[in-house]
Write a protein that binds this ligand. Structure first.
Ligand code: SF4
Length: 305
């Protein structure tokens, strides 16, 4: 059992909207940009579900009422997620949480079980919704899997979001438009998009960046480098994502249309008692951004007077 009392657990909840817990270490997937298998290892090592649920109970006693599972993905494999949820159901332990899930083997039964244990949303780290880009990023699933997972979520009434990364190796106008088109079809509650993929040493993306002479073996990684493939016109990509954002309420990008950083506003939202991942507080963030810009405009008008 981790010595959780050495940590300021409440601060994670109050400033980040979620407490945290890990049910396994490692990731055996091969997504080309990801550091999880490097940091935690490629072999999955599972915690005993009883001990995980003991820890959830302890966190609840400490006042944590919303959890983030910091696992690579909560349902890799589905069996371990079943074991955790079954243990929770058996012991009547429930807490709100929004796990990161892999859509490769969607299971309606597992999604129902998640809901019983307090899950109030699922984030799918899909990265792309173009078949070619899913292959290039080595995600290990297809658009049809995401579509099926989305159907199950809707049937069970669990809100879900998709995370997307644009600009990966081989990205083209066609693949971007295919992804955007599929977001529209799948229609998640939220889709969060980033342009560029951060390159970290020892990942396959880093090797690609080195081959393309975009980074070098001795690059200082404290200065982040975001890979955008030369196969896509970056200005077109930024313009297209911006345009899509303006037309779709469920599409989220990390900064607002004027480029203002939203980090402080998000922290304030959590301090005001909101809970959950970014996409669950997006409506509140939009409301506050709108009132901030109204206030800014009236300040500017005052100055003019
Ligand atoms: S993106 Fe997720 S599934 Fe892919 S390697 Fe990283 S942790 Fe594993």
């Amino acid at each position: 059992m981790p010595a959780r009392d050495f940590f300021d657990n409440a601060r994670y909840l109050h400033d980040g909207g979620m407490g945290n817990i890990q049910t396994k270490r490692g990731c055996d997937q091969q997504c080309i940009y990801c550091t999880y298998p490097i940091i935690e290892g490629k072999k999955l090592r599972f915690r005993n579900p009883k001990k995980v649920v003991n820890e959830i109970e302890m966190l609840k006693q400490m006042g944590i009422d919303y959890l983030h599972f910091t696992d690579s993905t909560f349902n890799n494999p589905n069996d371990h997620a079943y074991a955790i949820c079954n243990e929770m159901v058996q012991r009547k332990v429930s807490i709100q949480y929004t796990p990161y899930m892999n859509p490769s083997s969607p299971s309606k039964e597992l999604f129902s079980l998640l809901k019983k244990t307090g899950c109030d949303g699922i984030t799918f780290g899909v990265d792309a919704l173009s078949e070619k880009m899913l292959l290039n990023l080595k995600k290990g699933f297809k658009v049809a899997d995401v579509d099926q997972a989305a159907r199950y979520c809707r049937e069970i009434d669990i809100p879900f979001s998709l995370n997307l990364l644009f600009g990966g190796p081989g990205e083209t106008k066609e693949t971007v438009l295919e992804s955007l088109n599929n977001i529209e079809k799948i229609n998640p509650v939220a889709a969060g998009a980033m342009i560029g993929i951060r390159c970290y040493p020892r990942t396959q993306l880093w090797n690609i960046g080195c081959q393309e002479e975009l980074v070098s073996r001795d690059s200082n990684i404290l200065k982040p480098y975001y890979y955008v493939s030369s196969s896509i016109d970056k200005d077109w990509l930024i313009g297209t994502i911006q345009e899509y954002y303006e037309k779709h309420d469920n599409f989220l990008i990390p900064t607002n249309e004027k480029g203002a950083h939203t980090d402080n506003l998000v922290v304030q939202i959590f301090r005001d008692g909101f809970r959950g991942p970014f996409w669950k507080v997006a409506d509140e963030l939009k409301k506050r951004l709108a009132s901030t810009s109204v206030a800014r405009r009236s300040d500017q008008d005052q100055h003019k007077l």
